[in-house]
Design a protein around this ligand. Structure first.
Ligand code: HEM
Length: 406
C-alpha cells in the first residue's frame, strides 16, 4: 500500500474511484486532509461538477445533525448522485427527508428495538457459536466465506421471514449486486440482480398483505402513513435497503474485527481474559472497521461548514472513516484499544438517519466476540486478504486465518 507522501499528493486522490483505496491507505490520506483542508472541494466528471469532502469529526457531526439543510432524497452515495438523482428518493427510508422520513422510520423502528430483536439475538448467538466452533482447530480457512458471510444475511432473512426455499436465490442476486464495483464486473448484471430482488419482495409484500405474520415485510405491507398504505414498490425498496444495509456492513465489520484481533494479540488476550468489557470492545471494533467510509447529502440552501461557503444544490460527503480517526477526538486513533472510553464514533452515522439496524449490528459483533472467547485460544492471520474494490465500503472480502482452540 503506497503511503501518502505529501499533503499536496494526498489531496489529489480520486474519491470516486473504486480502486483508490485498494492502492492507498485511507487513514494516511485523511490524516493529511484533516491537517490541511478539513473541508475541501473535489472535482468530478459528470452532470454535477464535483462535491465537498468533510473530514473533521466536529464538522461531520454538525453536518449529519442539520438534516433540514443537508438532505438525503437525491441520494446518499456518490455513484448515484454524480449521475443524476436516486430513483428511490422519497420511497426508501435512507433517501427520504422530513416528515415522511420520520413517519416511515417510526413504522420500521418497531421491528428494530432491543425488545423486538430479543429472539433474533438468541438465534444470532447460537449461529455464531456453531460457525466458530466448526472452524476452530481445523487449520487455515477463509473467515469471510466460512463464518462472516453466514451471519448477517441469514439474520436478515429471519427478520423478513424469507422462506428457506427462496434464500439461495436471494443470496445469489445479492452477491451480484455487491460485486457491482469489483474489477471486471458487468454493471448490467448488478442492475438486473437488483431488479430481481425488488420484484421478489413486491411478490412477498403482496402475499403478506393478504396473510400477515409478525415479520418486517408484513409490518411494512400492512402499515399506513397519513392513512395511506405503502405501495408494493415502497415495501420492496425498503426490504431491499434492509438487506443491503444489513448484510455488507455487518459482514465487513466482522472481518475487520478478526483481522484486528490477529494483528493485536495483546488486545485479544485482554478480551479473552475478561479484562475489557464486551460493550467497549464492540464499539472499538466498529470504530476501527468503519465499513461505510462516507455518506453524502445535498445542500438545500446556502450554508457555512468548517468555514467554507456551501451553495444550495452542492453535494456534501461526510467521511465517517476520517471522523472516527480524528486525533482531536480519539487519542492515538490508529491504536486498537478495546477498552477505549469514551468512544462516540460515527460508524453508524449520526442524527435523523442514524443506522436503523445499529442494535442488530452490535448484537452480531458481540455474538462473534463471545463465540471467539468461548472456543478460541489464538487468532492468527494466514495469508493476504483481498481488499474490497469500492468507493463507499472499506475492508476486505476474504481473510485467511487459523483459529487455534483454547
Ligand atoms: C443507515 C452503517 C448495520 C439498516 C446507516 C448509516 C450508516 C450505517 C453509517 C447512515 C446513513 C446516512 O446517514 O445516510 C451501518 C453499519 C452497520 C449497519 C456500520 C453494521 C456494522 C445495519 C443493519 C441494518 C441496517 C444490520 C438492517 C438490518 C440501515 C437502514 C439505514 C441505515 C435501513 C437508513 C436509516 C435512515 O435513513 O433513517 N447504516 N449499518 N444497517 N442502516 Fe445501517
Amino acid at each position: 500500500m503506497a503511503p501518502c507522501a505529501s499533503s499536496a499528493a494526498a489531496l489529489s486522490l480520486d474519491l470516486t474511484d473504486a480502486e483508490t483505496f485498494v492502492d492507498h491507505d485511507p487513514h494516511a490520506y485523511f490524516r493529511e486532509v484533516r491537517r490541511g483542508r478539513p473541508v475541501y472541494w473535489h472535482e468530478a466528471p459528470g452532470p454535477r461538477s464535483g462535491f465537498w469532502v468533510v473530514a473533521g469529526y466536529e464538522d461531520v457531526v454538525a453536518a449529519y445533525s442539520d438534516a433540514d439543510a443537508l438532505r438525503s432524497a437525491r441520494g446518499t452515495v456518490l455513484d448515484v448522485l454524480l449521475a443524476g438523482d436516486d430513483s428511490a428518493g422519497g420511497k426508501m427510508l435512507a433517501v427520504t427527508d422530513g416528515p415522511r422520513h420520520r413517519a416511515m422510520r417510526s413504522v420500521m423502528w418497531r421491528s428494530f428495538t432491543p425488545r423486538a430483536l430479543e429472539a433474533v439475538a438468541r438465534q444470532v448467538r447460537s449461529r455464531a457459536q456453531r460457525l466458530v466452533r466448526e472452524v476452530t482447530g481445523a487449520g487455515a480457512f477463509d473467515f469471510a466465506a466460512e463464518v462472516a458471510e453466514h451471519i448477517p444475511m441469514n439474520t436478515i432473512c429471519d427478520l423478513l421471514a424469507v422462506p428457506e426455499v427462496d434464500r439461495g436465490r436471494l443470496l445469489g442476486w445479492n452477491k451480484k449486486t455487491l460485486s457491482a464495483e469489483a474489477a471486471g464486473a458487468d454493471p448490467l448484471d448488478a442492475l438486473q440482480a437488483r431488479n430481481e430482488i425488488v420484484l421478489y419482495f413486491m411478490d412477498l409484500a403482496r402475499e403478506r398483505r393478504a396473510d400477515p405474520g409478525d415479520d418486517v415485510v408484513s409490518v411494512l405491507a400492512c402499515a399506513k402513513v397519513d392513512d395511506e398504505p405503502f405501495t408494493l414498490e415502497e415495501v420492496a425498496l425498503n426490504c431491499y435497503s434492509i438487506m443491503l444495509g444489513g448484510d455488507e456492513s455487518s459482514r465487513v465489520s466482522a472481518i475487520s474485527t478478526v483481522r484486528a484481533l490477529a494483528e493485536h494479540p495483546h488486545q485479544w488476550r485482554a478480551l479473552k481474559a475478561g479484562q475489557v468489557s464486551l460493550d467497549s470492545a464492540v464499539e472499538e471494533a466498529l470504530r476501527w472497521a468503519t465499513p461505510a467510509m462516507y455518506f453524502a447529502r445535498t445542500a438545500h440552501h446556502d450554508l457555512v461548514l468548517g468555514g467554507r461557503h456551501i451553495r444550495g444544490g452542492d453535494i456534501v460527503t461526510l467521511w465517517n472513516i476520517s471522523a472516527n480517526n480524528d486525533e482531536r477526538v480519539f487519542h492515538e486513533p490508529r491504536s486498537f484499544d478495546l477498552a477505549r472510553f469514551p468512544n462516540k464514533h460515527v460508524a453508524f452515522g449520526h442524527g435523523r438517519h442514524f443506522c436503523l439496524g445499529a442494535h442488530l449490528g452490535r448484537i452480531e459483533l458481540r455474538a462473534l466476540l463471545e463465540a471467539l472467547m468461548v472456543s478460541v485460544g489464538a487468532v492468527e492471520q494466514d495469508g493476504v486478504p483481498n481488499r474490497i474494490h469500492s468507493s463507499l465500503l472499506h475492508g476486505h472480502s476474504s481473510l485467511p486465518v487459523v483459529l487455534r482452540a483454547g
